[in-house]
Design a protein around this ligand. Structure first.
Ligand SMILES: *Cc1c(COP(=O)(O)O)cnc(C)c1O
Length: 426
């Protein structure tokens, strides 16, 4: 079988079909049922190592952007590897705590932090609030003063560069809701410096997600470093420069830059301005976990049609929301290379949910029969963390594979879980 596994080096075909590390995926599907998420620990640790290699010999902190995959078993892998976490809610803060993460390495991003979330994070002693508006600065100051504390802050700059990605996952353009406009940044720092409840520790930006070209990064960094110099010239010292996340992965034919090669170029720019003494921080999400995971699903029915053939599987948009949300592509491959010599047919691979938007792949050539299983590739990021219970479907189980060990890190949701907290009106 030719290489049908874009970007996923920890998955390969062996004697027993598709394998992850030392285990056959069909055996995991047999034992745990489908739909089933399976992650390779070595893949996550390997992706992290590429960043760590890029930062060798530097003061640097990698904060895993946990919204990409916030399952406790995944967070624990990163916590043990020394990662911090980029969180976007009080719920994510609680997950970091439950996974044994270091609060001092937590940074809190997001445009809509509530006062309660600010209080929790201040009490926990997180490392930095990435502040996203002038209004938020004053609220955070008031909350910190009331607690007798000083909140460590960084201002998220909107550098107004086009990351050339899907509009829904571009965040660093003027029309996006994120960050403080480049032109307003210096004045905002000067205002923040006068507030007794704040301590300025850094600057940050994050321009988008699934970025596959280096040019937007290089442009954004130039703009950010201009600001660092202007802010420091105004007498405000920054301890860290946080350059966000967003590095893309290969889902199909994309060829994103490697993390270490990209960082070699970015570090050159930082050093050229004499700013290399700052602690560097980054917030990668997708690039650490995306290609570490697959979603296994069973073919329920084949439904040939005049215009389209449908391959109906037991995973759906509630499990794998990216195609419905962003027309995203996931490779879909058989777990067992087929034994029949039948011609492959072209199918739309769809789930059971009652929405025409419930598709997982379009126009895919597959040789499949009902009862056979498929792997939806590159499903480690923004899949389970976006999963829902739509159509009263329980969320899938998750397995973390470490060599030849398979650890259940999330049990399949039971029907009773889906009713929890509900009651009849009378
Ligand atoms: C989502 C997000 C990230 C991570 O983005 P990826 O594309 O998954 O690397 C980093 N920083 C912030 C502020 C984010 O919102």
């Amino acid at each position: 079988m030719k290489n049908t596994l874009p970007g996923a080096p920890y998955f390969h075909y062996g004697d027993t079909g598709l394998m992850v590390e030392g285990l056959a995926l069909s055996a995991l599907a047999q034992e745990h049922g489908t739909p089933l998420y399976v992650y390779s620990k070595a893949s996550m640790v390997g992706a992290l190592a590429a960043y760590q290699a890029g930062f060798a010999g530097r003061k640097a902190q990698i904060c895993y952007a946990m919204k990409a995959n916030s399952s406790l078993g995944v967070l624990q892998v990163f916590a043990r590897a020394g990662c911090g976490f980029d969180i976007v809610s009080g719920g994510e803060l609680a997950r970091v705590r439950a996974a044994g993460g270091d609060m001092a390495k937590v940074i809190f991003s997001g445009v809509g932090k509530t006062r309660d979330e600010m209080r929790d994070a201040l009490a926990a002693g997180i490392g930095c609030f990435n502040v996203e508006s002038e209004a938020e600065i004053d609220v955070l100051n008031a909350v910190a003063v009331a607690m007798g504390l000083r909140a460590p802050i960084s201002i998220r700059v909107n550098p107004n560069v086009d990351p050339k990605t899907h509009p829904y996952i571009s965040t660093g353009l003027k029309g996006n809701k994120f960050g403080i406009a480049h032109e307003r940044t210096l004045a905002t720092y000067q205002h923040a410096a006068t507030l007794p409840g704040l301590r300025i520790v850094g600057i940050d930006c994050h321009i988008g997600s699934q970025i596959t070209e280096e040019a937007p990064y290089l442009d954004a960094l130039d703009r950010m470093l201009d600001l660092v110099q202007a802010i420091e010239a105004a007498g405000i010292r920054l301890e860290h420069i946080d350059f966000g996340g967003g590095l893309g992965i290969q889902y199909q034919n994309e060829a994103p830059p490697a993390a270490d090669a990209l960082w070699a170029k970015l570090l050159q720019k930082i050093d050229a301005r004499g700013l290399g003494e700052h602690t560097l921080m980054i917030e990668p999400g997708r690039s650490l976990v995306g290609n570490a995971g697959v979603c296994l699903t069973e073919v329920l029915y084949l439904k040939p049609g005049e215009q389209k053939n449908f391959c109906i599987v037991d995973a759906a948009m509630n499990d794998l929301p990216r195609p419905a949300m962003y027309q995203a592509y996931h490779a879909i491959v058989p777990l067992e290379p087929t034994k029949t010599a039948d011609e492959a047919a072209v199918y739309d691979v769809v789930g059971p949910v009652c929405e025409s938007g419930d598709w997982i792949g379009r126009d895919r050539a597959l040789m499949v029969q009902p009862g056979e299983r498929l792997a939806v590739m590159s499903a480690g990021a923004y899949c389970m963390s976006m999963a829902s219970n739509y159509n009263t479907r329980g969320r899938a189980a998750e397995i973390l594979v470490d060599g030849d060990r398979a650890i259940v890190i999330r049990q399949r949701e039971a029907i009773s879980d889906l009713f929890r907290g509900e009651q009849l009106a009378d």
